[in-house]
Structures are given as structure tokens and as C-alpha cells.
Design a protein around this ligand. Structure first.
Ligand code: ASP
Length: 343
């Protein structure tokens, strides 16, 4: 196959930040900075183009508007490129990449998110290796087919399925983990792909279909011993609430107190979709396992299996915006894997 083409999309984040000369704090820089800082990019056997979202940000400022701007950019450039690298701050990378995995239906191209813990201009930066390898992966084709036809996160020698990823360290270069799913690839001297773990779309899979909206009438509640009814109720009584992620204990267990049952039953009666995610980093929700879980199952709370919180909230926002789906459809899709996000 002739040389592949990759589009780099800059959204901001540490990788492209510079220090303010007076205060020393980091702020996003004009994207041109990146290309001058990494002359090595010229040596890659991949044709590169770069673009940027309209207003690069620290990723803690990310919003669904930015997700949808990325969707538009990918849709517009989908046929012209073999793959995409999205430079994004690590803080919310797991959310944006999870959201895109849902919004880009039938995606069959590599969409690789990366960033760094240190700005690319710093001597000990992790940004250069992350960027170069992410580009190599995005442009890696075999027999005319991409090696990674899915949305993924590349960070510190590891490639993860996007919607399985969590940021776990604000300090270490190894900032991400995918506790419930194997790595898609590891980069050493060579890039070793775990082919059994990578999505393998059929040759006659439908064309890309991009969703252009998400539902933000959602909320989450993290349980803790001693949580008062008023706390739960304040969230549960939000006007227009359509979806709620509850973060429970262990294998999806929550207090059996009457007030909680009343609150949840009321929500479900109002057609609010409630999905149950565990606070544990690994393992999954099995609501039938304990008395403290089965009451949730009987009320109609959806067990979220081993989805990350990031994947669960983004999936809920995506499904609730699909106008053709009934509440029963949304519940059914939430409990099953639609992009490899749960098992
Ligand atoms: N605060 C930065 C951001 O998420 C951190 C990073 O880039 O890793 O945009």
C-alpha cells in the first residue's frame, strides 16, 4: 500500500502548553508550536496534516460541544485520511474518547487519542514518544486494512480501547489503565498488536454514521456510608432528569434502606434510566449476587457490568439523544456491549 495519510487534530492539553513567563502556570499555545518542537515528524513515512479545534483548551474545560466539533472534523475528513490522532489533555481524555467511540457509529478507522504529562517543549517530555507512536499506529495498515480500526488511547508505550480507559495518575507518565480489558498494543522496539483484543469489523460493515447530539439531562451519584436521603433526593429531583449513573459498592451493592427504594422507584416510574456502576476499579456489577444488589435489579436499575464510569455516562448521554430509541431500547443497549465497552 502507498504511504498512508494521518490527520492530527489538536484540542489543547499539556502536550501543547507553554509556561507563562511571569506566573509559571501552563496555558495552551497556538498549535504551530508543536510542529516546530517535533522536527522528527518529518522522518515518519506517513503524510501528515494538522488542524485544530476552534478554541484549544485545557481538557478540564471540555464540553459536549467540543466532542461534537471533533465528530464534525472527523466526518468531514473521514474519506481523505487513513487515520486520525487527537491531541487532548489527559484529564478528561477518557471521557472524550469514550464519547467519540459511541458517536462515530460504524467507525472503521484508527482514531488515536494521545497527550502528555509534560509539555512537548520540556526536556523530559513524554509527549514526543506518545505523539510519534500514536501517528505510527494511526497510519499502520496491513493488506489495505487498518491495524486498529477503533477509537483508542495511546499513552506511555500502551494502546488501550478508549471506552475501557481511566486516568489513574496525576503524577506518573503511565497515567492510564484499562483495568477490565487487555491492551490493544504495546510499543517496545516494535509495536506488538494484540489482534484478539482489537475490533475486527466485517468487510461489508455499514458506512460511518455520525451522531450530532448528546443528552446532558443526566447526573451521577457516588454512594458513601451515611449518605442522607436529602443528598440523593436533591439530584433525583432535578427537572428534566432522564438518566442517572449510580456508583455503588463492590459488585453493585447499595443500602437496602426504605428511603433509597422509594427514591429509586420514583425515578424509574418517571422513566428515568438508572444504571449501576461499581466504585471498584476492576471487576463488575452483578446485581443478583447479594441481597444488597438484587433489590436494585428488581426495581429495574440496569447493571452496568464492568463499564468505567466515563464510558457509562457518555453512553447514557449518547443513547438518550438517539431519538428513534424508546426507554426500553436505551435500557437494553445500556446493559450490553455496543462498542466493546463492557463484558
Ligand atoms: N490539565 C491538562 C489537561 O487535561 C493535563 C494534561 O494535558 O495532561 O488539559
Amino acid at each position: 500500500m502507498s504511504q498512508t495519510k494521518v490527520l492530527i487534530i489538536y484540542t489543547g492539553g499539556t502536550i501543547g502548553m507553554v509556561e507563562d513567563a511571569t506566573s509559571g502556570s501552563l496555558h495552551p499555545l497556538d498549535f504551530n508550536h508543536l510542529s516546530t518542537e517535533v522536527p522528527e515528524l518529518e522522518k515518519l513515512p506517513i503524510d501528515l496534516d494538522v488542524t485544530s479545534i476552534s478554541n484549544p483548551i485545557d481538557s478540564s474545560n471540555v464540553s459536549p460541544e467540543v466532542w461534537l466539533e471533533l465528530v464534525e472534523l472527523i466526518e468531514k475528513n473521514y474519506d481523505a485520511y487513513h487515520g486520525f490522532v487527537i491531541l487532548h489533555g489527559s484529564d478528561t481524555m477518557a471521557y472524550t474518547s469514550s464519547a467519540l467511540s459511541f458517536l462515530l457509529e460504524h467507525n472503521q478507522k484508527p482514531i488515536i487519542f494521545t497527550g502528555s504529562q509534560l509539555p512537548i517543549g520540556k526536556l523530559r517530555t513524554d509527549g514526543k514518544e506518545n505523539l510519534i507512536t500514536a501517528i505510527e499506529i494511526a497510519g499502520d495498515y496491513e493488506g489495505g486494512r487498518p491495524m486498529v480500526p477503533e477509537v483508542a488511547v495511546y499513552f506511555e508505550y500502551a494502546l488501550y480501547r478508549a471506552n475501557r480507559t481511566k486516568k489513574i495518575s496525576a503524577e506518573h507518565f503511565e497515567a492510564f489503565q484499562s483495568p477490565n480489558y487487555p491492551l490493544l498494543a504495546e510499543a517496545g522496539v516494535h509495536i506488538k498488536y494484540n489482534r484478539f483484543a482489537i475490533n475486527n469489523p466485517s468487510l461489508d460493515a455499514p458506512a460511518l454514521f455520525c451522531r450530532k447530539s448528546v443528552c446532558t439531562d443526566v447526573a451521577s451519584i457516588k454512594f458513601f456510608p451515611g449518605m442522607r436521603r436529602e443528598v440523593f433526593h436533591a439530584v433525583a429531583s432535578l427537572p428534566n432528569l432522564k438518566g442517572l449513573v449510580i456508583e455503588t459498592f463492590g459488585s453493585g451493592n447499595a443500602p437496602t434502606e426504605l428511603w433509597l427504594r422509594e427514591e429509586l422507584e420514583e425515578l424509574i416510574k418517571k422513566d428515568v434510566v438508572v444504571v449501576n456502576i461499581t466504585q471498584c476499579v476492576s471487576g463488575k456489577v452483578i446485581q443478583e449476587k447479594y441481597e444488597t444488589g438484587i433489590h436494585l435489579e428488581r426495581m429495574g436499575v440496569i447493571g452496568g457490568g464492568n463499564m468505567t464510569f466515563e464510558a457509562a455516562i457518555c453512553k447514557l448521554m449518547y443513547l438518550l439523544a438517539c431519538e428513534e430509541l424508546t426507554t426500553a431500547d436505551v435500557k437494553s443497549y445500556l446493559g450490553q456491549s455496543i462498542r466493546g465497552e463492557l463484558s
